[in-house]
Design a protein around this ligand. Structure first.
Ligand SMILES: O=C[C@H](O)COP(=O)(O)O
Length: 226
């Protein structure tokens, strides 16, 4: 499974990139708002992310509401850098926008996916990536992992004729909150997990690893002082 980072914070992206594990970046309007960024700086900020992550996909989300505006914004975003992926929320307006952008060779990440039919529609419209949300489903008392597994199974049953030559459409496990979400996504063969930096750090650590490190260091101190 590939790790993406779910953030627009440049320091977090730089640090995760330095770990050598990063296969992509996803952002959304809320994550950009968290950086304190202004509307006029949005495209420049996305360009900075693409500068840090030159060879991996960087999702920049459209906030347009009509198909025409989504296509226009999608083209503008895609022109920022070759690795930009246009993120569109699943809705009636975004399906034709996704289809148009896909036929122009522009990659779309269809987001806010909460059901298998939504995912199948996104794939049929030419989405390169499909992002089912796990955590937000669980916030409503639903089984986010079961929903993710249904999406993975349904989407992988078919070919869609757009991105198969580069392994698409790929499923991005989104709204990830815990290392357990990552394990569950990998167990079912989800292609990608996009993980916020705090949760990514939790994936590195384990209490027994930390305990083991402390005891090795203490024992090595004895060797040094012997
Ligand atoms: O945009 C996609 C994010 O993965 C959503 O994550 P969140 O539910 O933690 O805001």
């Amino acid at each position: 499974m590939k790790f993406f980072i779910d953030t627009a914070n440049l320091d977090e992206i730089r640090e995760a990139e330095a770990w050598g594990i990063l296969a992509g970046v996803t952002t959304n309007p809320s994550l950009y708002a968290k950086t304190g960024g202004k509307l006029a700086d949005f495209e420049n900020h996305m360009a900075k992310i693409c500068e840090i992550c030159k060879d991996i996909p960087v999702s920049a989300e459209s906030t347009a509401e009509t198909t025409e505006e989504m296509v226009a914004e999608g083209r503008r975003l895609a022109a920022i850098a070759p690795n930009i992926v246009v993120k569109l929320p699943i809705c009636e307006a975004s399906l034709p926008a996704c289809h148009t952008l896909a036929t122009e060779g522009i990659r779309v990440n269809m987001t806010l996916i909460f059901s298998a039919p939504q995912a199948l529609l996104a794939a049929s419209a030419g989405a390169r990536y499909i992002s089912p949300f796990v955590g937000r489903f669980e916030d409503c008392g639903e089984d986010g992992i079961e929903q993710l597994e249904t999406v993975v199974t349904c989407v992988k049953n078919y070919e869609y004729g757009y991105w198969e030559q580069e392994g698409g459409p790929e499923i991005i496990t989104a709204s990830v909150r815990t290392p357990h979400h990552v394990t569950q996504a990998a167990l079912m063969g989800a292609d990608i997990a996009t993980v916020p930096f705090a949760a990514l750090k939790k994936c590195v650590h384990h209490p027994l690893t930390d305990k083991g490190l402390a005891s090795f260091a203490a024992d090595w101190e004895k060797v040094v002082n012997a």
